[in-house]
Design a protein around this ligand. Structure first.
Ligand code: ATP
Ligand code: MG
Length: 339
């Protein structure tokens, strides 16, 4: 991962802007007065007006670190490095017992992770996110394309091939949803071709269809609810970001149409792993990892019988959904047949 703090401190603004044109958007958004681009950001800010700083409630020290956080977000998952397989090599459970497994996962596969609360589902996602090499509490190892990840690669790849969808969108910046998508598309150069607008539109519409409560392109990202920002991140992952591996640590009731979201991600030829307590999501996956006492205790391929059961379960789920909707709207439940 690039240390943007150092990068920003070490070079003149002109060089930074040449490498990361998106920095200009950041300045525009903060409404910064023109800066001397021959100087580093910190030095250029020394010349900035005190009144301007006061107006925005910012200190000279805060701006470079906010820019570093912004660049980290904007360039995450940028590389577009293709991944042909992800391998999880077992370590040990909480009691020290060996997992004895080796699981290969290929693009276009959705894997659910099930197990009781506290069993270690998030830990497994964490191991994948940091491309663990035996150095986490589970001692698991993660291979990419069947090969060990070297220490150098590990830090270069981190945040690039894996996107973890639990992060929230608490940007310091006052961006609207449309601005966020536009900037992200541009910073990733997806937007260079003429169809950037169409892509952004598709991404926005998708995010909205996933979110329970609708939002507009003019909504500020900081004003999105948890479910809405998650929906935006999922759509962003499917259409704009090129990270090959998507990890979703499920929060219950996130207000996102989760099955639709997973189907969308699966279609985008990514490797998707989702920890879940939702039986429909668990069965909707191609296979599921069962976690017990911190260890992988089983890996089950979803059988044809299970897929058939899923169809029945979806009917029950639809019934419950309609019941909830009717009750919320002040209605009464006298005849299930009408729901
Ligand atoms: N193999 C292991 N060895 C040691 N500690 C572990 C192991 N697996 C998980 N843990 C630790 O157990 C704790 C609970 O695990 P985790 O948060 O992953 O549970 P979870 O299944 O995600 O629970 P929830 O369903 O509530 O989200 C964490 O502190 C985690 O680091
Ligand atoms: Mg968890």
């Amino acid at each position: 991962m690039i240390d943007f703090g150092n990068l920003i401190a070490a070079q003149p603004l002109s060089a930074l802007l040449a490498d990361y044109p998106v920095v200009r958007d950041f300045f525009l958004n903060l409404n910064l007065p023109p800066l001397n681009e021959a100087k580093s950001l910190a030095d250029a800010l020394l010349e900035a007006d005190d009144d301007w700083l006061l107006e925005f409630g910012l200190t000279r020290e805060e701006i470079p670190s906010q820019l570093a956080a912004f660049l980290t977000t904007m360039t995450a998952a940028e590389s577009g490095r293709a991944v042909t397989s992800l391998t999880i090599i077992g370590g040990r459970d909480k009691s020290g017992g060996a997992e004895n497994i080796e699981l290969h996962i290929e693009p276009g596969t959705v894997v659910s992770i099930v197990g009781p609360t506290g069993s270690g589902k998030s830990r497994l996602l964490g191991d994948i996110e940091c491309l663990a090499q035996g150095d986490t509490p589970t001692a698991r190892r993660i291979l990419i394309d069947g090969a060990e990840v070297t220490e150098d690669d590990r830090f270069n790849l981190e945040g690039k091939i894996v996107a973890q969808l639990s992060q929230n969108m608490n940007f310091v910046m006052d961006l609207t949803v449309a601005e966020f998508l536009e900037m992200h598309a541009r910073s990733r150069a997806v937007g260079v071709s003429g169809d950037a607008d169409a892509l952004i539109k598709t991404c926005f519409e998708c995010a909205n269809s996933l979110a329970g409560e609708k939002f507009t392109p003019e909504t500020k990202v900081t004003q999105l609810s948890g479910g809405q920002s998650r929906a935006l991140m999922i759509a962003d992952c499917a259409y704009i970001s090129q990270s090959a591996i998507v990890l979703i640590d499920e929060i219950e009731n996130a207000g996102v149409d989760r099955r639709e979201a997973i189907a969308l991600l699966a279609q985008s030829e990514k490797i998707v792993l989702i920890s879940t307590h939702d039986p429909l999501l668990a069965l909707g996956a191609d296979k599921r990892i069962v976690i017990k006492n911190g260890g992988i205790s089983a890996i089950i391929d979803t059988s044809a019988e299970e897929k058939a059961s899923l169809v029945e379960l979806e009917k029950i789920d639809r019934l419950l959904y309609n019941t909830r909707k009717t009750l919320r709207a002040g209605g009464q439940i006298n005849d299930l047949g009408t729901l």
